[in-house]
Design a protein around this ligand. Structure first.
Ligand SMILES: [Zn+2]
Length: 318
């Protein structure tokens, strides 16, 4: 018998799916990662998630399951509307289909929202009533916790902070717009900025760290070079931080949060990225809201999505 109610959280990714059993105090009791058989299609992916859940849950009593998936999606109906990295998922009733296979209530949530909820519940945003989380990965996702609740918007699309226009004539974004924050400051954008510097003839440790192959330069390589005080890598993060700071200042001016957190693979450089963001926020945010907004780094790393998804399940099954 479990002393506490237990929920399962699933973080569905294009490459891997993370699963966890979470207590009602947000503690991770057990976890599992399975590859996502993306190319085999929707049914196979759902089957694989259900198999993973069966393995993880075993004979334990689990109240409900929360699953975070790439959006846009309809969280209320549990339907994926569009998922560019998961072929065959558009229009599918993912919550219902997983519920049938797992024989437990399943709730669907946008993965970035789930990660924000995780940080708010037991991470760096614990106890914060007005919190914004930006996750810098392949794209830039976001979650808004306003007044102690996840803010979903009129059609579950709130928090798409990665698609704020930052440069009107900036590089094209996957969404069809130009100069989105995501096109300027995601992990691939950071790597592209680093490669551009090398092409211009700047010498940098980044090339050595990438084994001499410019194509192998990633945001992680940039972070590692920053830790070694490589001036070119520092410059790359300064430019990236400037864009993130413009985005953060816009959010701060509109929403007046207490805390803005940055996480994901693109934020691994930590303080090296936070410093230029802070500089830009100081420059651009309206003093009335600025006086209460702190900037910080996420604390849960890859666990945020799983923990937050479990929280969604818990909130739906009080
Ligand atoms: Zn965009």
């Amino acid at each position: 018998m479990e002393k506490t109610r237990v929920f399962a959280g699933v973080d569905l990714g294009g490459t891997n799916t993370k699963l966890g059993l979470i207590s009602e105090t947000g503690e991770i009791l057990d976890r599992l990662q399975v590859p996502t058989p993306t190319q085999s299609g929707y049914e196979q992916v759902v089957e694989s998630v259900a198999d993973g859940l069966r393995m993880l849950i075993g004979s334990r009593h689990v109240v409900a399951i929360g699953i975070g998936a790439p959006g846009p999606l309809d969280a209320e109906c549990g339907v994926v509307i569009e998922a560019p990295n998961l072929p065959g998922f558009a229009g599918k009733a993912l919550a219902r289909d997983l519920q049938i296979r797992s024989e437990r209530p399943v709730v669907l949530e946008n993965d970035a929202n789930a990660a924000a909820l995780g940080e708010w519940w037991v991470g760096a945003g614990e106890g914060i009533r007005h919190l914004i989380v930006l996750t810098i990965g392949t794209g830039i996702g976001g979650g808004l916790i306003l007044g102690g609740r996840l803010y979903r918007g009129s059609s579950f699309s709130a928090g798409e902070v990665g698609h704020m226009t930052i440069e009107p004539n900036g590089p094209p974004c996957a969404c069809g717009n130009h100069g989105c924050l995501e096109a300027l400051a995601s992990a691939p954008a950071i790597a592209a900025r680093a490669r551009e510097k090398l092409q211009k003839g700047f010498e940098s440790l980044m090339l050595d760290l990438a084994g001499g192959d410019p194509a192998a330069i990633s945001a992680e390589v940039v972070s590692r070079a920053c830790a070694e005080n490589d001036p070119v890598a520092l410059r790359v993060l300064e430019e990236t931080g400037r864009y993130l700071g413009i985005g953060a200042a816009n959010l701060i001016n509109v929403l007046n949060p207490e805390l803005v957190l940055f996480g994901g693979g693109g934020a691994q450089a930590g303080e090296f990225l936070l410093a230029p963001i802070q500089k830009e926020v100081d420059r651009r945010s309206f003093s009335g809201s600025r006086c209460r907004a702190e900037l910080g780094l996420c604390a849960l790393g890859n666990d945020a999505g799983v923990v937050g998804a479990a929280r969604v399940a818990m909130d739906a099954n009080p």
